[in-house]
Design a binder for this molecule. Structure first.
Ligand SMILES: Nc1ncnc2c1ncn2[C@@H]1O[C@H](COP(=O)(O)OP(=O)(O)OP(=O)(O)O)[C@@H](O)[C@H]1O
Ligand SMILES: [Mg+2]
Length: 498
């Protein structure tokens, strides 16, 4: 099967998002669709998926003109879509989510639950996934939700599968599994559209690429002919640096210190000390406990034993307002799910964390709020039309930047960033790294939680590597390389020493 889009135009109000864009994908091909945040990738695929109408342009399926007014029409022609934002129903078990809208029936119209459970188990087994089809979606971690979405598309026997940033919340072993599945599908003749900001993944997986910039196709070709550097340059229009940014400064003053932190389930015996002007990385694989650890420290997770100190004062934080008083800011991971407030506009989303700081006599100081937010929009180069637009009108990556801006206005002493560059493009990644560096230069203690070894190496002065809830080791200087991190993260180092 071959799908072609020709001369596609799309505007939102005065914002011309797609201008005469052409795109094609054929069976057996894994085609990367690349571009900066807001370039129009999701919009183009929403048009192919029947979610948005194009203003102009045509779609051809095997040379025949097709019109998709609804997602079901696109799906009817074999095009399955895995969206950037998760699309599962929390109050249904996994197996029912796999069949929403296409429930198999037995005689007398009775839904065949046993069949659904069996089929779901079969596809999970094929994906090498250990997950009970009967668990409720609500209880799943975001990475498992993502895997369920991927499994669902695979089950639909689609001829073309569109994946909009499918790996942004997955860790390396899961990504490897998903990639293995994608390769199998491609070898069976399924065409894949793969949208990702992780260019190494793109080089690893894809066969062809198409780059959008400012709503136009600027380049396309075979992956075999390019490197990550070339792709980055094509996306942003200039070279992107990738060397390590460590600086090695004198670090006298402890800002955030933990002694013997343990909770009942996720982490044990954690000690660390982040000093003013230092960037401390914390990394590991799924189940390492790093996110739970910092949620607990911030007062947004479960209780713990042990002691946390902020500038040598013992504290037990209970949430946002109090943390802000101590100068601690915390950007949670999976912001798609637990950061973005969909009913609020861009300005509110970007400043809610600092409301306690800008409230006078019970009223928010509106002009100060706008002034502080405008500074962050400029600093992070957030691409928006009007501050009063709904947050959902921004591209995925720009929503992430707004989440980050929420904390920067509070001028924190310590900044905890969980997966800070999730979903942001290579150019914006560099901007965020620059911001981390300049905050550190100003004396802020920064903690970066990330599962990307490259990111840790690039921005951190040193990094703790966690394995199943304990610190397996600390890497710094020469030892801070992918091999050293992986060895600790997989438990290989400790097993040998025992
Ligand atoms: N529903 C909408 N209403 C108004 N503007 C929108 C809407 N959806 C998208 N846009 C705008 O269209 C542009 C392209 O957005 P799109 O989501 O296609 O970008 P993207 O390439 O997928 O970016 P990202 O990598 O950040 O996901 C952005 O400027 C965005 O603000
Ligand atoms: Mg997008």
């Amino acid at each position: 099967m071959k799908i072609e889009m020709k001369g596609i135009y799309k505007s939102f109000g005065a914002n011309e998002v797609l201008k005469d864009v052409g795109f094609s994908v054929a069976g057996g091909e894994i085609c990367a669709l690349l571009g900066e945040n807001g370039a129009g990738k999701s919009t183009l695929m929403n048009i192919l998926g029947g979610i948005l109408p194009a203003d102009r342009g045509e779609i051809f399926v095997d040379g025949e003109r097709a019109v998709f007014n609804q997602p079901s029409e696109s799906l009817g022609r074999g095009i399955a879509f895995i969206h950037q934002e998760l699309n599962l129903i929390n109050d249904l078990p996994v197996y029912e989510n796999m069949f929403v809208g296409r429930e198999p029936r037995k005689r007398f119209g009775i839904i065949d639950h046993a069949f659904m459970i069996r089929e779901t188990a079969r596809i999970f087994a094929e994906m090498d996934m250990e997950l009970d089809p009967r668990v409720m979606v609500r209880g799943l971690d975001a990475s498992y939700k993502q895997i369920v979405e991927i499994a669902r598309a695979m089950m639909m026997n689609a001829s073309v599968i569109i994946m909009d940033e499918p790996t942004s919340s997955l860790t390396e072993p899961e990504i490897a599994r998903v990639f293995a599945m994608i390769r199998i599908l491609a070898s069976r003749g399924v065409g894949i559209v793969f949208i990702s900001h992780k260019l190494r993944e793109v080089i690893d997986l894809c066969t062809r690429y198409v780059v959008l910039r400012d709503g136009s196709t600027v380049s396309s070709g075979n992956i075999a002919d390019v490197t990550t550097e070339t792709l980055a340059r094509l996306m942003v229009g200039h070279d992107v640096r990738t060397e390590s940014l460590q600086r090695g400064r004198a670090l006298p003053r402890s800002v955030l210190r933990a002694v013997a932190l343990s909770d009942a389930r996720n982490f044990r015996g954690i000690d660390f000390d982040v000093r003013a002007g230092e960037v401390l990385g914390v990394t590991g694989l799924l189940g390492d406990g790093r996110s739970e650890l910092f949620m607990s420290i911030f007062g947004a997770g479960g209780g713990y034993s042990g002691q946390v100190y902020v500038e040598d004062v013992p504290v037990k934080l209970t949430g946002t307002t109090q943390a802000l008083e101590y100068g601690i800011a915390y950007l949670p991971r999976n912001r798609k799910e637990n950061g973005i407030l969909k009913d609020m506009d861009i300005l509110e989303n970007g400043s809610i964390a600092i409301w306690p700081l800008i409230t006078k006599c019970g009223f928010i100081d509106g002009s100060r709020q706008r002034y502080l937010f405008a500074a962050q929009v400029k600093r992070l180069r957030i691409k928006l039309d009007r501050e009063s637009d709904p947050i959902t009108s921004l591209s995925g990556g720009n929503q992430q930047k707004v989440m980050l801006s929420r904390w920067l206005s509070g001028n924190p002493k310590a900044l905890i960033l969980d997966n800070p560059t999730q979903g942001v493009d290579v150019g914006a990644k560099e901007e965020i790294y620059d911001i981390i560096m300049s905050l550190a230069d100003e004396g802020v203690a920064v903690v970066v939680l990330s599962s990307e070894a490259q990111e840790i190496i690039r921005v951190c002065d040193r990094a703790l590597v966690m394995y199943h809830g304990s610190v397996a080791g600390c890497v710094e200087g020469e030892d801070m390389n992918e091999h050293g991190i992986m060895r600790l993260a997989t438990g290989a180092a400790s097993q040998r020493e025992v």
